[in-house]
Design a protein around this ligand. Sequence first.
Ligand code: CDP
Length: 220
Amino acid sequence: MGSFVVAIDGPAASGKGTLARRLAERFGLAHLDTGRLYRATAFLVLQARGEPGDPAAATAAAGRVEPALLADPRLLGEAVANASSLVAAVPAVRAALLAFQRDFATRPPGGACGAVLDGRDIGTAVCPDATVKLFVTASREARAERRFRELRQRGAAAIYGDVLQDMKERDARDSGRRAAPLVAAPDAVTIDTTALDPDQVLEFASDLIVRALAVRPGQG
Ligand code: CDP
């Protein structure tokens, strides 16, 4: 039997990362924030003074991403976030990062019995057979407000209007690209978090997971 995989997709700052982390903790699953792979790729391109939209530069950088880089705080800034959606539109970049993600899902590290992966294309492309698929979304204004507060909390000099504008551009790029665009899988459960707090989102998603665990064949 394959491992228990929870796929969580959604736009920037929709709350999918927080949800993924908390579900992983609660159910003892390994967690991979797949956005970090694209951010790391973008970071390496920018560090080499390359163009994130240049397919050759982006693909070479994707091949140099090491797991240790994924935890680097330098990946968290808005410049890297914007560049990450440019490298993410390059099909060869997505192909280069696929094996790592699938491996994580099928053989979760640390002996975990399953994994939570969050991103844009987990339920549609990376793990189409995931046990549970969630699509987490929220209004663009709510998402921009959350990202603005996160950036301020980290001490970055963010301006709300700029964050909102960046988010609009990134949403359009992520949803409009030809390679694995951001879209809910037909069998995903959509959670609109605009008016929900993180605890409510966690409880709602936990119920779905408890139910999926209960109907799993071959348990016990
Ligand atoms: O944290 P935030 O939601 O702002 O972004 P992220 O999840 O770190 O992802 C950064 C960028 O990587 C996104 O805007 C996408 O362009 C890209 N990405 C992707 O294409 N596919 C994924 N599975 C995850 C991220």
